[in-house]
Design a protein around this ligand. Structure first.
Ligand code: ADP
Ligand code: MG
Length: 436
């Protein structure tokens, strides 16, 4: 029953969104992107369009996986020299539309998973209060009186995600091959493993415990506790913790000083994650945060956390300091230390790096910087740079470990822009990145 309903609703969504796929697909491959292709442009132009169209169709039909597919697009678009920024952009520009699963189906799922359901819960609201990418979140009260948020996976989601990732891989691999000879396999494995890990709420519960322990001494970060006895692979029960929603927090309803404070707390959370704890909350979507009037920030969603190898943490720290101290010529050597180099082993030409540092360095040049409206320009400039020196970039090699970390960093910059936060970002970075 559940399976039929899911399939029907996926089909309905597909019909509705089919128009969008056609529209975006037709316009995606511009002359600029075609110019970057590795064989005769005219011959492959049509093939690319078909691939993009198919990739989109899969992304559209994924439904339940759409969040995951967007994440794939997001990460690939950050990986220089893999897909022209414009093509990758299509994959992440899709808006997520949550599926609707009838309440009875969700009740059936929860009761099936938690045998002692009636002993655990005093009440349970089977209509969801929030959508999750592979499930939905319900409010409930435990017998001991605690208010909880219960994240419940959609039925059959493991099977759907597994099957869709397979399809997505085939398409993306062919799409990437049009533009570069880079080995797609290790990149894909990193992305896939990250997404598959999100299917296991026991794994997420473990991540929450680790993160909470690391932040036990950090009062400005609030992490909801897991309720172990009501948590399984498919059901994650946490204490209910709320705050000001991101859209409210970013509005003018709150004074700029408070938004600056939240921006600072988020930045410290980032830096601590990469450099000090070496455990990064790798899903920086603003919906994964809520805000408090006392300046604290609530963090949700630990389905995707990334362990940072020590030498990589050191390299990020060294690179941050070099950018701040405007020692761009040191960067190729720092990068090479973690395997970020040309495929023949030589250092990356500093001229390939410099334009990016010019743009990003602005945030750190003055003792205080305000994120805001002009950041769209920074973003556009980075997209434009993505096209520049394409041939050289496709000959670069990246350690896969940077994919989730860079995604987290770029999402974080986006969040600071939404908050229009002013801060001494330079000092925050140096506080964590300076050795000793
Ligand atoms: N413990 C909690 N207390 C209150 N709200 C929560 C809690 N956990 C999650 N939520 C809400 O549910 C939303 C989805 O949960 P999240 O863990 O982010 O799911 P997903 O991993 O699918 O993105 C969050 O953005 C947040 O608004
Ligand atoms: Mg989330």
């Amino acid at each position: 029953m559940a399976s039929d309903e899911l399939i029907t609703s996926a089909a309905r969504r597909f019909l509705k969104l089919g128009g969008l796929a056609g529209r975006v697909g037709a316009s995606v491959v511009t002359n600029q992107a075609i110019g970057l292709m590795r064989s005769e442009p005219e011959q492959v132009a049509r093939r690319t369009e078909n691939l993009v169209r198919n990739a989109l169709r899969i992304v559209e039909t994924l439904g339940e996986l759409k969040g995951a597919a967007m994440k794939v697009g997001q990460m690939l678009s950050l990986h220089e020299g893999l897909l022209p920024p414009e093509v990758a952009e299509v994959l992440r520009s899709l808006q997520k539309e949550a599926p609707r699963v009838p309440e009875e189906v969700m009740e059936f799922e929860v009761r099936g998973d938690l045998e002692n359901f009636d002993e655990l819960f005093e009440s349970f609201d089977f209509s969801a209060f929030a959508a999750a990418s592979i499930g939905q979140v319900h409010r409930a009260r435990l017998r001991d009186g605690r208010e909880v948020a219960v994240k419940v996976k959609y039925p059959l989601i493991d099977e759907i995600v597994t099957a869709d990732l397979k399809n997505l891989k085939t398409l993306l691999k062919r799409l990437v091959a049009l533009f570069t000879d880079a080995d797609f396999e290790p990149i894909w494995e990193e992305v896939r493993d990250g997404l598959m890990a999100e299917l296991d709420y026991l794994h997420e519960a473990e991540n929450i415990r680790r993160m909470a322990a690391l932040h036990a001494e950090v009062p400005e970060i609030v992490i909801p506790q897991v309720v172990d006895e009501a948590t399984t692979r498919n059901v994650l029960t946490m204490e209910f913790v709320d705050g000001i929603s991101p859209s409210e927090a970013c509005s003018d309803r709150y004074p700029s000083e408070l938004r600056d404070r939240w921006g600072t707390v988020l930045s410290e959370f980032q830096m601590r994650g990469i450099i000090e704890h070496r455990l990064v909350h790798a899903d920086p979507n603003m919906a994964n945060f809520a805000f408090r009037e006392d300046g604290r920030v609530v963090v949700y969603d630990f389905g995707c956390v990334k362990e940072v190898p020590p030498e990589l943490a050191r390299a990020y720290a060294d690179a941050f300091v070099a950018v701040i101290e405007e020692r761009v010529t040191d960067l190729p050597r720092i990068f090479a230390g973690i395997g970020l180099a040309m495929r023949d082993g030589s250092l990356i030409d500093v001229e390939l790096i410099e334009p990016y540092i010019d743009v990003i360095g602005e945030v750190f040049r003055e003792s205080s910087y305000t994120f805001g409206d002009d950041n769209q320009e920074i973003y556009n400039e980075i997209i434009r740079l993505g096209f520049q020196d394409w041939d050289a970039k496709t000959d670069m090699q990246f350690p896969e470990d940077v994919i989730f970390i860079n995604r987290s960093l770029s999402g974080h910059f986006g969040n600071l822009s939404r908050l229009r936060a002013t801060g001494s970002w330079r000092d925050i970075v140096l506080k964590y990145a300076r050795p000793g």
